[in-house]
Design a protein around this ligand. Structure first.
Ligand code: EPU
Length: 417
């Protein structure tokens, strides 16, 4: 069993380089299935979700070549096969193979997707959208069988601005006959990144980054090239560590516009940092004040940074309210923060956090990926040793985390017993 051990309280200085965004690459890799020509992808993060998607692509027959700065995915000789439970249950983004395989082969057979346990996470909007585009969806033996004689353009309104549904419906419509409109589309930067990639292959997609996306179906796609955008969630996590422990800590490789809500909220606590181009320089704040944080869809405060932010709020003077609005079960980390000495009361998806509290190292669990991030931030500031278990979740989304933090002065190690 892998664990992370942290001896907290160490100053952080030097530079942390931000990797490619998890939630971009997990859509970009399945998107390669849409073409039989080669795709070149720069800035691929070294995270276990990528390893799993590469295994899925290889299972389908893809050839993946790693170069220094990019990878080449060649899907010229792939076959449409069932994506079994063994693959799909290990990663949420396996659902992107639904849209991609349906689009290219008019058939996708795939077991239920896995991922972090943070709520019920239905995919009804993906399935309803596929049906609108002319597909038939059957559920049999815990798997989805999605077929279509022909896919055609449609008008699709999403009840919720879902990232996954927006991307999957773009995949399903990109080779369909006619024009598709997706209304109330999600606006996350990762969607723009994926669409840039698809357009580089010859797709005709307009409006990504707004809530109205138009897709003009094309008959085939060619070679694609893309650079994965920096991971705004990884950057935000290190920025939070910086305001608690930094000594001119530099977070390098950000896109400021993607972090506006986080930057604004952290500044509201009294934290100060300088941003120049793609770099943030941050030092420990002398005093942090309580603030209220409510997660929402982009450009709001990202749900994926809510949990680490709740650790920051334990260090703010006064009472903060932290409300999670996207997932109904993303508060499992609170009990672990309390076990370290935090003073947090939980009312469904709202936490009342009373600060400032001293945190003490103990054994805690990374109940999901971002809960793991919350525990990492807590362990970094706690006295004594913090032992984090279930760290497979953390490795899914934070590349080389132990090395990156060690390089800036943290006392952190990964043990495999
Ligand atoms: N929803 C539905 N029906 C659907 C789709 C979504 O009810 O058909 C609900 C979900 O249950 C959830 C909300 O809508 O309550 C938002 O879900 P969304 O589809 O936007 O999320 P997702 O595509 O499953 C992606 C990221 C998440 C990130 C969210 C929001 C991937 C693989 N996952 O999830 O990332 O939290 O968008 O930004 O891209 C993470 O990185 O830790 C993570 C969970």
């Amino acid at each position: 069993m892998k664990k992370i051990l942290i001896n907290g309280g160490k100053k952080l200085s030097g530079t942390i380089k931000i990797g490619g965004a998890k939630n971009s690459i997990v859509a970009i890799l399945p998107a390669t299935v849409l073409t039989n020509k080669k795709c070149k992808i720069y800035n691929v993060p070294n995270i276990s979700d990528v390893k799993k998607l590469n295994e899925m692509l290889t299972f389908l027959g893809a050839k993946i070549e790693y170069k220094d700065e990019y990878i080449i995915v060649d899907n010229n000789s792939i076959n449409n096969k069932e994506i079994t439970k063994e693959f799909s249950s290990s990663i949420r983004a396996s659902y992107y193979f639904m849209g991609a395989l349906l689009s290219r082969y008019h058939r996708a057979e795939i077991s239920y997707p896995g991922g972090c346990v943070i709520g019920s996470r239905p995919i009804d909007l993906h399935l309803k959208g596929f049906e609108k585009l002319g597909a038939k969806v059957e559920v049999k033996d815990n798997k989805y069988i999605i077929t279509a004689d022909e896919l055609h353009g449609a008008d699709i309104f999403l009840d919720i601005a879902s990232v996954g549904a927006t991307v999957n419906l773009i995949f399903a419509s990109v080779l369909a006959k006619g024009i598709t409109h997706i209304w109330n589309a999600a606006k996350e930067p990762e969607i723009v990144n994926v669409v840039t990639f698809l357009n580089s292959m010859g797709a005709r997609i307009y409006g990504a980054g707004t809530d109205a996306i138009t897709i003009e179906g094309v008959s085939e796609l060619g070679n694609g090239t893309v650079e994965v955008i920096p991971d705004r969630i990884e950057a935000g996590t290190y920025l939070m560590m910086g305001i608690l422990l930094g000594e001119n800590l530099i977070i390098d490789g950000i896109i400021k516009e993607h972090l506006e809500a986080v930057i604004t909220k952290l500044r509201e606590t009294g934290a100060t940092f300088e941003i120049e181009g793609s770099k943030i320089t941050v030092s420990k704040a002398l005093k942090l004040n309580a603030v209220n944080v409510k997660t929402s869809v982009y450009p709001g405060f990202p749900t994926d940074l809510g949990q680490p932010m709740s650790t920051v709020l334990t260090q703010c003077e006064g009472e903060s309210l932290f409300e999670e609005t996207i997932y109904e079960d993303r508060m499992r980390h609170i009990k672990h923060l309390n076990s370290m000495g935090a003073n947090i009361s939980l009312y469904n998806s709202t936490a009342l956090i009373r600060g400032k509290t001293k945190l003490k190292g103990t054994t805690v669990v990374a109940t999901d990926l971002r809960a793991g991030a919350a525990m990492l931030v807590a362990g970094m500031i706690a006295s004594g040793t913090t032992e984090i278990t279930n760290i497979e979740h953390i490795l899914r989304g934070y590349e080389n985390i132990v090395d990156k933090l060690t390089n800036v002065g943290a006392k952190i190690k990964l043990v495999d017993e």
